[in-house]
Design a protein around this ligand. Structure first.
Ligand code: SPV
Ligand code: MN
Length: 623
């Protein structure tokens, strides 16, 4: 079917690349969108280096990327108004029998119809690239295969950096199942950025495991294997009994080079990448992880092999390892930075930025205003870099292990000025899932919304990507490790705690100590203080760790300020979270029981000890 269309459009020899796969579904899929989108030509990528090189070169020839001074480095710009995920126009296409209350949905028929109309002829004058890729390491029980169609060499180039190639696997498995993505940047303006932003759409069709993304270039919308795939994977995981999470994966070293793996979920701009990237530990992934149970244990893989990271504040002091990777030869795509004489500049980088150059608004000069009269910053706050993990000195050796890594702890962190202590552990799995993971909130920063300090509920930091009902998602988490003898431990962290004067109470590097504390806890090597919200570190343990890790004298005064339990704030938090869940359907009753019990513990403590209670008070008290 559709072979004539493919014959007419495929580059010489590239139709054979498709027919060699012996897979009708792939032929149909490619032919269908070749017909609808009407590209001038079709390039089918195999796993060869030559094909990767073709895409890299073409990204430059087409003007989507420009070479920078350091070899292998390029810059790409997304348009002035295409700088983030478009939540409003990202929709799930649902049939009348599907229930997804609270999520952004539209009627499937209607959505597909609109999409087919918008896609009509959208690739005219361009080349369609057909990519075969894998989510997770190849040939593993975690692997999900994917076919991406795109007319953007930048998107294809990013996917080459971020995901494992899988043409060979498709060839070996004609019955392979796969996710599908159709992307078009749409018409481009003189800066090669998407012109028809008003028609920007990201539509997720579960029934066909397909995501459509059009009139946008920003990777969070367009790179099918990133956030579009997470939405599809959450549904697949729900059916199959595993978890698809917005999590990093890292190895933390304990005594005698012991390496213990943790995963961690943080909303954007809360320190997720800087946690898994800390010096002295090993990074396996920074954004999306799949978790599966095998026997009595939990294993995780990184869905990706690269990082699409926030570049703001990357400098030699904060992030020496990323800084190093961004300043040596090798493949790096910078996005939405300012470029002058082939050198990229970003917010919070090193040195003073120039007063003019090229940025995401085209030719930029200091004081340039946008259509609303707002000053355009030299680099966007969400400017990013795309690199392979193996470009980092601290890349973990198990990145491509098809077995995954054994997960001993799961960390949740938000931006919280006044409630959670810097680090603590839940009493058990269910308590952690409910009072830490499903109670995660984060305060907005100027970088995310323009307004600061508004608390946003974001369970498991995965709310933006949830594609199943929230109640079911929580139930899946509860069930995932409930029957394990030793489930992974659940921890909460907070790098943003402040004192009454608004000063941060912890230092940038302190997270290195919290990680070591968690590592020792997981191996039952340190005690803890039982408090109403969970288990808190003991002063003497932190003192020793501060001295070992940071060579710092950690005072009892600092400990008390950081770890005193703020009872009114913690009670208010429980009430806020209860309120949110009361409005949602089908929440497991255990969630309310557990929150209620937590509130009672907090209230009892408040009656007994007052509002702000140093951890020492709880010592030996059982709670
Ligand atoms: C995030 O915002 O969580 C990201 C970047 O990882 S994006 O690709 O936009 O989702
Ligand atoms: Mn993310």
């Amino acid at each position: 079917m559709g072979l004539e269309i493919l014959e007419g459009k495929c580059l010489s020899g590239h139709l054979e690349r498709l027919t060699d796969l012996n897979n009708e579904k792939i032929l149909e899929f490619v032919a269908r969108y070749a017909e609808v989108c009407d590209p001038d030509s079709i390039f089918v990528r195999t796993d060869s280096k030559m094909d990767a090189e073709y895409i890299r070169k073409k990204a430059i020839e087409s003007g989507e990327e420009k070479s920078l001074k350091i070899r292998g480095h390029t810059v790409h710009f997304d348009g002035l108004y295409d700088q983030a995920r478009d939540k409003e126009n990202t929709k799930f296409l649902i049939t009348p029998d599907m229930k997804l209350s609270g999520l952004n949905c539209m009627d499937r028929e209607e959505g597909l119809k609109e999409m087919q109309q918008l896609l009509k002829g959208i690739m005219k004058g361009k080349q369609m690239l057909v990519l075969f890729l894998c989510l997770g390491p190849v040939n593993s029980e975690f692997s999900i295969y994917a076919v991406q169609l795109t007319d953007s060499c930048y998107v294809a180039h990013s996917e080459d950096i971020l995901y494992r190639p899988a043409y060979k696997i498709f060839k070996e498995n004609p019955d392979i199942e796969f996710f599908k993505y159709v992307h078009s940047a749409g018409q481009l303006d003189e800066n090669k950025t998407s012109k028809n932003i008003d028609k920007r759409r990201v539509y997720v069709d579960f029934l066909e495991n397909t995501v459509y993304s059009i009139n946008t270039q920003y990777a969070g919308n367009t790179v099918g294997l990133k956030k579009p795939s997470l939405r599809l994977a959450i549904r697949k995981a729900d059916k199959e009994g595993w978890l698809a999470e917005h999590m990093f994966v890292m190895g933390v070293f304990g005594p005698d080079k012991r390496k213990t793996y943790f995963t961690g979920a943080f909303p954007s701009f809360c320190g997720k990448t800087s946690t898994c990237m800390v010096e002295g530990e090993a990074i396996l992934g920074d954004d999306i992880a799949y978790l599966r149970r095998r026997g009595e244990k939990v294993y995780a893989v990184n869905v990706e092999r690269g990082i699409f990271g926030i570049i703001k504040d990357v400098n030699p002091e904060n992030d020496p390892l990323i800084w190093e990777a961004l300043n040596k030869e090798g493949e790096v795509i910078f996005t939405n930075v300012l470029v002058k004489d082939g050198i990229p500049f970003w917010q919070g980088g090193k040195g003073k930025p120039p007063e003019e150059g090229i940025n995401f608004s085209g030719k930029w000069y200091k004081g340039k205003l946008d259509a609303q009269g707002k000053e355009i910053p030299f680099a966007h706050l969400n400017a990013r870099y795309t690199i392979r993990l193996n470009a980092l000195r601290n890349c973990d050796s198990e990145l491509d292990n098809p077995e995954g890594v054994l997960v001993k702890g799961i960390i949740y962190g938000g931006r919280d000025s006044d409630t959670w202590p810097p680090v603590f552990e839940s009493f058990d799995w269910a308590h952690g899932v409910i009072t830490i993971a499903a109670s995660l909130e984060s305060e907005t920063t100027a970088a995310t919304t323009g307004k600061t300090g508004i608390r946003k509920f974001n369970l498991m930091a995965n709310l933006d990507f949830l594609s199943i009902p929230i109640g079911k998602y929580i139930k899946n988490h509860l069930d995932f490790a409930r029957c394990l003898k030793k489930p992974p431990r659940i921890f909460g962290v907070n790098y943003f705690l402040k004192d009454e004067g608004g000063n941060y109470l912890t230092g940038m590097l302190d997270k290195r100590v919290w990680l070591k504390w968690m590592e020792r806890r997981v191996h039952d090597e340190l005690g803890a203080i039982r408090t109403p919200i969970g288990l808190l570190p003991q002063y003497e343990d932190l003192r020793r760790l501060f001295s070992e890790v940071l060579d710092k004298d950690y005072s009892e005064k600092d400990y008390e300020k950081q770890f005193s339990l703020r009872l009114p704030e913690n009670i208010a938090k429980v009430e806020r979270i209860e309120e949110i869940y009361r409005k949602l359907p089908d929440i497991p009753p255990v969630l309310f029981e557990c929150l209620e019990a937590q509130k009672k513990r907090l209230q009892r403590a408040r009656e007994e000890y007052g509002d702000y209670v140093p951890p020492e008070i709880f010592r030996g008290k059982g709670e």
